[in-house]
Design a protein around this ligand. Sequence first.
Ligand code: OSB
Ligand code: MG
Length: 393
Amino acid sequence: MARARWRIERIHITHLRLPLVRPFETSFGVETVKDTILVRVDAEGLSGFGEAPVHGRPSYSADDVVTTLHVLEDFLAPALIGRSLCGPEDLESEVAGVRGHRFARAALEGALADLAAQAAGLPLFRYYGARRERIAVGVSIGIQPNRGALLERIAGHLAEGYGRIKVKIKPGWDVAVLEAIRAHFPAVMLFADANAAYTLRDLPVLEALDRHGLALLEQPLGHEDLLDHARLRARLATPICLDESLAGPAVSRAALRLGAAGAVNIKMARMGGSVASRRLARCARRLGLAVFCGGMLESGVGRAHNLALAALPDFTLPGDISAADRYYREDIVDPPARLGPGGCLALPDAPGIGVTVLEDRVAVLAQHRRVVGAAACGTRPGHSGGRGDRGPE
Ligand code: OSB
Ligand code: MG
């Protein structure tokens, strides 16, 4: 059966700032507001949504708000207007001339996947071929003011029903923190994420972390330190999980071949979309590695995409996909993700990402909006123009 093609008419690109319910601190900084870029692709009466959960500064990755807007508005979106596509797999050939900028690509590809699933009349996870009905998820807890506060947060999330905890660590907030967690919660499934804060000179500390029954240690070393991760892996019993280092398909393949990872955190934004993410998950599973779906404090749009991806059988560990209320007082989609029994999120029945984007709320939170393509209807004139009219940051 030939798959339907649809012609891309308009692409809406919106930079939003969503206030977080509490600050999120990692080894690379503190966020109190989540910057994110929403992409809406209009094609023949359907609209698909994708998200680039960027940071305001190039800290987690080289991508930031301004670079991602630039590449979307000036290169990727113009290349797609008027093209007839079948689905997200077609993006690669259409934008072959643009190198890198995977957050931007992933947002567009996500919108195309949402469209393709809607055109097929299927929820996105079914369009991907997944069969699960619910997904076990965990919560990622930022660095806290003190150990007592962290233990309280963990107890609170376990009481809510989450079955897996990830804690952020950094030099000085590591061994004693894990000791305290294990003293109170000896059996909880625990990940520790260093966001690249250590080097091999910290081997004694990393060896001490190895004694606390971690399910995995995420990105202990620098994002380009593949060889050092491979060396560290040989020294530790805890599986080393890569996040920042897996910045795209080729480097991910190299990392896996080098033996630099015992587990992988898969993020569509970092990989450049669901197509590359699904391939990496497959490849990691063939090598026997554990796989989970990461998160970047996404709005409900990115979360719905993460949920569909995490429904695939290659995802073996609970993902960083928490309920909406763990991040935002009010999400931009309806219904917001709610934690169900067994620490699970349910997959939607509706076609595509299966949630409705609350456009009024998006308009309120928008710092900047640009529509690329045929005459835009229904956009506020003040929010359609160059990047110069972005609000204060
Ligand atoms: O390293 O996994 C990370 C958030 C922003 C940037 C990087 C990371 C994270 C998280 C949060 O850990 C996961 C979530 O969305 O809940
Ligand atoms: Mg991480």
